[in-house]
Design a protein around this ligand. Structure first.
Ligand SMILES: Nc1nc2c(ncn2[C@@H]2O[C@H](COP(=O)(O)OP(=O)(O)OP(=O)(O)O)[C@@H](O)[C@H]2O)c(=O)[nH]1
Length: 418
């Protein structure tokens, strides 16, 4: 099948322009997801194919030299866009080598159509492979399936252009002029049309999936401390509680509250208070296991969810955390020292302590996350009542019925029930 070449070129031009305009609109103001660079590449693609369509009507310098240069620059833009999406520098210097080679070769062989098709086809197909490899390099960091569309389009372009380049010198299938119809010309331009559609759609989906992922992370994270926020804490706790009920494995929960935090704010101001919050989070996170979840429950109160943990284990960890916070010093920039500060060259160290309420045990059907929080909160309240900078343990859940949690070694924890 040998389709009418100018018609196919027109299809490529129109689809590139429409896709470029759509991506420019969608990507407007979102400088870092690469949509703008990809749209620019599509615009260059439209102009390059436009110049090729004008073969014979405009000087060869424009149609042949500039046209081929622009077609090579399309992949410069695409690779730069993929790298921008991945948060990497474009590396323009190396990217511009293929267009320079194409320009030099086309000028030198301006009268040899087969040699030009062969060389330019090979260079551009290598650029497509380069773009493909760039996309695959950070595959794990890219969410969603859009990347596979992108890769599929680039792979198609690479295969068709390299096949055409290899056939160019030995076969008449390539035709003797760019506007002459042949089956191979049809395949080539269909592949270019496909890369415009498939890879561009893939790139848009990638950007959308990444934005969704970022939103999902933002919605789950406390922006100040970078740990789970209350909403994601509760949903994780709910999931762990359901699992603990099902498996009868123990689960533990800590409520950690900074002591006299209001005084820190009052004495040093909110920004320093914020630093203290981050400092406490750092100490907590540095001492829990990978499967434990530290999050900010609200204000100066943190929660630590400890799946598969006995009351005894949680209590020991809580004491360790309490000690670690008390022994640590939150280093702040330039602030007036107070009674609980040590001034050292280059900054001030603020002493900070926490009180911790712990619940731990095996759960029964009907137990829910809010019952665990209430139990740990009661213990926390008692820790505050008993003088702060200490750990208190809740020995049971307040169930609606007379049931009790089957706690680990309750006799080894002869503490009062809060
Ligand atoms: N800097 C800062 N302060 C906060 C933030 N969230 C809550 N706070 C402050 O935390 C303080 C909590 O004070 P209180 O509830 O009285 O507790 P406390 O002073 O720690 O006293 P105890 O818990 O009884 O030891 C208040 O001053 C809040 O304004 C925050 O994100 N940053």
């Amino acid at each position: 099948m040998a389709a009418h070449v100018p018609t196919m070129l027109a299809m490529i031009i129109v689809s590139s322009l429409m896709m470029a305009a759509s991506m420019a609109v969608v990507g407007w103001g979102r400088r870092r997801d690469g949509l703008g660079r990809w749209a620019a590449a599509l615009l260059v693609n439209a102009i390059g194919h436009g110049l090729i369509m004008l073969r014979g009507l405009v000087p060869d310098l424009l149609s042949v030299v500039l046209g081929n240069l622009l077609l090579s620059c399309v992949f410069v833009g695409m690779i730069a866009a993929i790298r921008q999406f991945q948060g990497r520098p474009a590396g323009w210097g190396l990217l511009l080598v293929p267009p320079a080679l194409v320009t030099g070769f086309v000028i030198a062989f301006i009268d040899n159509f087969a040699a030009r098709v062969s060389f330019v086809g090979l260079v551009i197909s290598l650029q497509a492979v380069w773009a493909l490899a760039t996309a695959l390099e950070r595959r794990d960091a890219t969410v969603g399936r859009g990347q596979w569309l992108l890769v599929a389009g680039l792979a198609l372009e690479a295969v068709v252009l390299s096949g055409r380049a290899l056939l160019a010198l030995s076969s008449t299938a390539v035709a003797s002029g760019i506007l002459q119809a042949s089956a191979l010309q049809t395949l080539t331009f269909l592949a270019t049309f496909s890369v415009v559609l498939i890879s561009s759609m893939g790139f848009v989906f990638m950007a959308r999936d990444q934005a969704d992922e970022n939103n999902r992370i933002m919605a789950a994270i406390d922006p100040l401390t970078g740990v789970a926020n209350r909403r994601s804490l509760i949903s994780a706790l709910d999931r762990d509680v359901s699992r603990a009920v099902r498996t009868r494995e123990p689960i533990a929960l800590m409520m950690v509250d900074i002591d006299h935090f209001k005084r820190v704010n009052d004495r040093y101001g909110h920004p320093v208070g914020d630093q203290v919050l981050c400092h406490v989070v750092e100490v907590l996170r540095g001492r829990v296991r990978a499967q434990d979840l530290v999050g900010r429950y609200g204000g100066e109160e943190f929660m630590v969810v400890l799946p598969d943990t006995t009351l005894l284990g949680a209590e020991q960890l809580a004491r360790e955390l309490c000690r670690a916070v008390a022994e640590s010093r939150c280093r702040i920039g330039s602030t007036e020292g107070g009674s609980d500060t040590r001034t050292e060259p280059g900054g001030t160290n603020i002493a900070v302590t926490v009180s911790i309420g712990v619940f731990g045990g095996r759960l029964e059907t009907g137990d829910s996350w809010d019952m665990l929080i209430a139990a740990a909160d009661r213990a926390l309240y008692q820790a505050k009542e008993n003088g702060r900078n200490r750990v208190e343990v809740a020995t049971g859940l307040r169930r609606p019925s007379a049931q009790r949690a089957n706690l680990d070694n309750p006799e080894t924890h002869p503490v009062s029930r809060y």
